[in-house]
Design a protein around this ligand. Structure first.
Ligand code: BDR
Ligand code: CA
Length: 313
């Protein structure tokens, strides 16, 4: 089988960085056509810079990186420096990128790429707020039907929320964009907190990254060390969840994950539960299923894959 063509839409973010590294380390399965940065964990100038830092760390300087939307569709940007640090990529000491940002806007890159391929060839992989994807769908409705699949990190059902008691960060930051995407009719696979909270970087798993003994292994160990401080304190768990790499791992080894095909709707009006992903996990309504909502993973298999692939860079 030929490699799946994808666009990674991202707000790096240490866990975004690991997701991108995993994709770039797996050319047999994944062909990364480009990275589009979006405002999220930190503002756009930093996410678009961090995306290039990661490509350079991976030695993949020919992957084009585009700047996208600098704010949600209709709300003020909420960021997460309290989790990811001031730069968004705190932890390792990585050099400023030499790679230039592409001149084209990320949204136009998404549109042009979809238009340039037959329907069903391009998979979109959003790892941050869904602003770029929703903007592309609004600006060019003809491209919606051309998307093969969207595999995204966002939302929660059993784990409910991490930025508010009811909402997960990526969906909360731009709920209107998420609403557009979930209503688009494109096949969607969701990696919610329900699964990512089972992908925990324990001390042994962090040591395995470090023991790869390469700059990539060391940087990933330092990145996961950094946000572990925050998450361990918050959840009292053994280690921090590695959210976004669930998306790229799913593209390589979907059999590591299990979920249910259910209806997912986004709360866009209630102040109390804004950004909640209302997933009909128990199928108590007759609403049409619109997403494969992942609930579990083989965590050891996931971390073995990650360590094995990162060692290739
Ligand atoms: C999501 O929010 C961000 O902080 C992470 O990068 C991840 O995409 C987890 O809620
Ligand atoms: Ca992210």
């Amino acid at each position: 089988m030929s490699a799946r063509k994808i666009i990674i839409d991202t707000d790096p973010g240490q866990d975004d960085a690991v997701a991108i590294l995993l994709a770039l380390a797996s050319p047999d399965e994944i062909d990364v056509l480009g990275l589009t940065a979006v405002a999220g964990n930190v503002p756009l100038d930093l996410t678009s810079k961090n995306a290039r830092i990661i490509c350079e760390l991976a030695g993949k300087v020919d992957v084009p990186v585009f700047g996208g939307c600098d704010r949600p569709l209709s709300r003020k940007l909420v960021t997460a420096e309290h989790v990811h640090g001031k730069t968004g990529l705190d932890g390792p000491d990585l050099p400023d990128p030499e790679m230039q940002l592409q001149e084209q806007h990320g949204v136009d890159f998404i549109i042009d790429t979809l238009r340039a391929h037959p329907a069903g060839r391009i998979t979109l992989c959003p790892l941050g707020p869904l602003t770029n994807i929703a903007t592309a769908f609004q600006k060019a409705p003809d491209v919606v039907d051309k998307v093969a699949e969207i595999v995204l990190m966002g939302g929660a059902y059993f784990e409910v929320g991490n930025i508010t008691p009811a909402a997960e960060f990526n969906i909360y930051v731009d709920p209107e964009a998420a609403d557009i995407v979930f209503r688009s009719g494109v096949p969607i696979t969701v990696m919610p907190l329900d699964v990512t909270h089972k992908a925990l970087v324990t001390k042994e798993r962090n040591d395995a990254f470090r023991n790869i003994g390469t700059p990539v292994g060391m940087a990933v160990a330092q990145m996961t060390d950094f946000f572990e401080r925050f998450d361990k304190e918050k959840y009292g768990s053994q280690g921090a969840p590695l959210h976004d790499p669930c998306v790229t791992a799913y593209l390589i080894r979907p059999e590591l994950f299990t979920g249910r095909h259910v209806n997912v709707e986004i709360e866009t009006t209630s102040e109390l539960t804004l950004g909640m992903t209302v997933a009909d996990w128990w199928r108590v309504t007759d609403r049409t299923p619109n997403a494969l909502f992942i609930g579990d993973l083989d965590a050891d298999g996931f971390f073995s894959l990650l360590t094995e692939r990162l060692a290739r860079l």
